[in-house]
Design a protein around this ligand. Structure first.
Ligand code: ATP
Length: 199
């Protein structure tokens, strides 16, 4: 696929991502990394024109509205809902039909070392704890693929290493194909998959 801005090609990418693999796209500021994710997720601004397909298995994603694409997103900010508790944020990610919501939420919290924090206000959690809640909310929503936009860039060094290990191991375990955009070579190395450098 390729994306143009004001008639000039901004970026072109041709790649396939296997289940449990993370493809990293690197490039300088303005090279189109966030634009690429917006195209795949289904919210590209009208200023851009794009051509080429985006497939998830047999499904042509471009024919589907954003909310039907089955894509989970993780950004540099955890973006937790401030009016919901930690448990409320995690339940929000659960498909409407899922049973035993309470148990799924408490297991998810336990998995990331946050057992018992269901009723906490997200604003009272540390940045690292908020990132872990955001990751579990994403996984509980059962996406078919994941897009990561500089997810570690706001964390300090020690936390960044811990979150990289956690995010990539959870994605691998869930067998999800993922696309990571980043400036940071250490992110690409930790992701362990192929790397595309945009010009
Ligand atoms: N809504 C828009 N209208 C016009 N131009 C835009 C719009 N959004 C982004 N751009 C331009 O498109 C180009 C790519 O932007 P994009 O945000 O995808 O880059 P990026 O590689 O993610 O950058 P960064 O690493 O700084 O986040 C930039 O030149 C940017 O100014």
């Amino acid at each position: 696929m390729s994306i143009a801005l004001a008639g000039r090609e901004l970026l072109a990418v041709d790649a396939a991502i296997a289940a449990g693999e993370v493809l990293t796209v690197m490039g300088p500021s303005g090279s189109g990394k966030s634009t690429l994710l917006a195209y795949i997720a289904g919210f590209l601004d009208r200023e851009f024109t794009a051509s080429g397909g985006v497939w998830l298995g047999e499904r042509d994603l471009l024919g589907l509205p954003a909310e039907k694409r089955g894509i989970g997103l993780l950004f540099q900010d955890p973006l937790l809902f401030p009016h919901l508790s930690v448990g409320g944020n995690l339940r929000f990610g659960l498909p409407r039909s899922s049973k035993e919501k309470h148990q799924q939420v408490s297991q998810a919290l336990e998995q990331v070392g946050l057992a018992g924090l269901e009723s906490r206000d997200p604003a009272t959690l540390s940045g690292g704890q908020q990132s872990r809640v955001a990751l579990m909310r994403l996984l509980l929503s059962k996406p078919k693929a994941v897009l990561l936009d500089e997810p570690f860039s706001k964390l300090d060094t020690a936390l960044r290493q811990e979150m990289r290990a956690l995010v990539f191991s959870q994605l691998r375990e869930a067998g999800l194909p993922a696309l990571l955009v980043t400036h940071d070579h250490a992110d690409a190395k930790a992701a362990g998959g192929p790397v595309i450098e945009l010009g």
